[in-house]
Design a protein around this ligand. Structure first.
Ligand SMILES: *Cc1c(COP(=O)(O)O)cnc(C)c1O
Length: 347
């Protein structure tokens, strides 16, 4: 059995996947009476969607260069996190490693699947503690290590060498969540999969691609892992409306690029402005579409902004993030308003 095959849970490896009507008959026909759909087509979505997202994956390959046979489309990348835990971890037995602070969903999906979570603190400069992760690997042999890069909520990319060092030490799967990669100027790490088949990359159309409401995520992985995801996922996990919205946005790459450049420009503008504020003691470097800032009393500043109808994310109770608020980069006008309101805050 292959190295990857050994890592995949036996019940998934031997799973007989659900065979849809579209899987059973793939040709062209005039009359489809095989899926109990309605003939009434005014909704435009009376037919089941393509379970394999074929057209969308072709477009993803064309626009994002992610190879067709290495990409599976999921109902947001949150579904991908859940699927990967179910494919690689045995409930009540296996564990996953996450860093802290990071995105909260890894822990929740591990909990839902009764998989234990070991967290490793980031270093004081919010970079990966490769040595500490190495010790955890030796002690616990985790099935998955989640690495969020750029990290949410701190905002910066991790060093490529640090991520690869962890992935090499790790005998299980290393998942690199690149939800914010489009804002980073980096092409991401998916090409490292050719050197280390245990690397899995997550992408999403929720952030830079402006489709959070459509729920379109991607798993980029070795074809053997991609195939396991395709088998384990619910057959119609990405709706026809979402597939078509994603195709449409991918054909408007130039517009998305322009909006992305705008957001990066606004990120610079806001970061410089935050640095001038006496009540902000730290502005975290960001490779994403948000900026984390530190203040003496995060709850008070949060409440002040909320009283002016501006809602940010309070991260003050996370480890290492005492006093921190995460602020998403809005439109130029929204950012102007934020600055105007912050100008009126007094210590
Ligand atoms: C927003 C976010 C996601 C969720 O993406 P969806 O595709 O909307 O499910 C995943 N990972 C990180 C780090 C995020 O911040």
């Amino acid at each position: 059995m292959s190295e990857i095959g050994r890592l995949i849970n036996e019940h998934i490896r031997t799973l007989e996947p659900y065979s849809t009507a579209r899987d059973d008959f793939k040709g062209r026909a005039d009359i489809l009476l095989d899926a109990n759909e309605s003939w009434f087509s005014e909704s435009g979505v009376n037919r089941y969607p393509d379970p394999r997202c074929t057209a969308l994956r072709k477009k993803i390959e064309e626009v994002l260069s992610l190879p067709f046979d290495m990409t599976a489309v999921t109902n947001g990348s949150d579904e991908a996190i859940d699927l990967l835990i179910r494919i690689f971890c045995r409930p009540g037995i296996d564990s996953v490693v996450i860093e802290r602070p990071t995105y909260g969903a890894y822990r929740v999906f591990a909990d839902v699947n009764n998989v234990s979570v070991i967290d490793v603190r980031l270093k004081d400069d919010y970079t990966l503690d490769v040595d500490a992760i190495g010790r955890t690997i030796d002690e616990c042999s985790p099935r998955i290590i989640f690495i969020c890069s750029p990290n949410n909520p701190t905002g910066a990319l991790y060093s490529r060498d640090d991520i690869l060092a962890v992935a090499d030490m790790n005998k299980g799967i290393t998942v690199i969540d690149e939800a914010y990669i489009d804002f980073s100027g980096s092409d991401g790490m998916w090409r490292s999969i050719y050197d280390n088949r245990r690397i899995v990359v997550l992408r999403t159309m929720s952030k830079a691609w402006a489709l959070a409401g459509a729920r379109v995520g991607m798993v980029v992985a070795d074809p053997e892992i991609q195939e396991a995801v395709m088998r384990a996922k619910p057959p119609y996990n990405v709706s026809a409306l979402s597939q078509s919205a994603a195709l449409d946005m991918l054909s408007r790459k130039d517009r998305i690029e322009a909006v992305k450049e705008d957001i990066i420009g606004e990120r610079k503008r806001l970061s410089s402005y935050f640095r001038t504020l006496p009540f902000i003691s730290q502005v975290f470097p960001s490779d994403s579409n948000f900026v984390l800032v530190r203040t003496a009393d995060a709850d008070r500043l949060y409440g002040y902004l909320a009283s002016h109808s501006i809602i940010v994310r309070n991260r003050t109770h996370e480890p290492l993030l005492d006093g921190c608020l995460r602020i998403t980069i809005g439109s130029h006008d929204e950012n102007d308003r934020l600055m105007e309101v912050l100008d009126g805050y007094s210590l």
